[in-house]
Design a protein around this ligand. Structure first.
Ligand code: HEM
Length: 221
């Protein structure tokens, strides 16, 4: 994982802008990772995609179980929305890709990532993890879903992870989500905003490490 230097958010930045700006380099690295490139160029095989889904399952299980404990939390509750939940879609997709059952696996990175989510005692950290995955899924994730559909000739099958049927139109939803982040940010001290942006970069680091682990096991064609 890359080690991040601490964020220093500009005082004039809204929280959503600080999160985006503070993780721009990490985002570029994630886009350029070997695993993502292989996936998007149609060079990844089904086993590699199953391994990816299995790791995502651990991460979303953590996110979605912690979310249920934070529904009344003043910092995290504004962004918590069951319409975003991905666990059921991951299970449906795993059933498609591995109808006989997915193979046993162990992922030190996904385990550490999930533990970071479940063991964080500050709900601001949860906001950072929530943003990194769900806003990513609603952004580049939408394009990734379409590319997978084309390259694996799926005709919509096995990619329900990318379909957010219950959120309505994605663009206005993302705008509302950023407004909620900004409202959360307005209640935080500058130090806590920095801390939250640091956690976003850490979350990106976990995703990078996941891609590295996957590339090692499934280099693709
Ligand atoms: C090849 C892989 C990827 C591509 C092509 C991609 C592409 C994009 C694009 C085009 C946007 C901007 C969308 C918009 O402004 O509406 C975006 C936003 C975002 N992506 Fe990615 N992305 C990739 C991987 C990732 C990964 C691995 C993560 C983290 C797990 C991630 C997290 C995010 C987040 C959090 C945003 C929202 C930024 C913001 O507006 O604050 N992306 N992505």
């Amino acid at each position: 994982m890359t080690t991040a230097t601490p964020a220093r958010t500009a005082p004039e930045d809204t929280l959503s802008a600080a999160m985006k700006k503070g993780s721009a380099i990490e985002h570029e690295q994630a886009e350029g990772s070997a695993f993502m490139s292989a996936l998007l160029d149609g060079r990844m095989d089904a086993d590699g995609y199953i391994a990816y889904l299995q790791r995502l399952r651990l991460v979303y299980e953590a996110l979605e179980s912690v979310a249920t404990t934070l529904v009344d939390d003043p910092i995290a509750s504004p962004i918590i929305d069951p319409a975003l939940d991905r666990l059921a879609t991951i299970d449906a997709d795993l059933a498609h890709w591995a109808p006989g059952g997915a193979p046993a696996f162990s992922s030190p990175v996904a385990t550490a990532y999930a533990e970071r989510i479940t063991e964080s005692t500050w709900s601001g950290a949860f906001v950072a993890h929530h943003y990194t995955r769900y806003l990513g899924d609603l952004s580049g994730g939408q394009a990734i879903g379409r590319i997978l559909d084309r390259s694996f000739h799926l005709d919509g099958a096995g990619i329900s992870f990318y379909a957010f049927d219950e959120v309505g139109k994605v663009k206005p939803y993302k705008d509302r989500y950023r407004d909620r982040l900004d409202a959360i940010g307005a209640t935080l001290s500058a130090a806590d905003r920095d801390r939250l942006v640091d956690e976003v970069r850490l979350a990106f680091g976990f995703n990078q490490s996941l891609f590295a682990e996957l590339s090692e096991l499934h280099p693709g064609r």
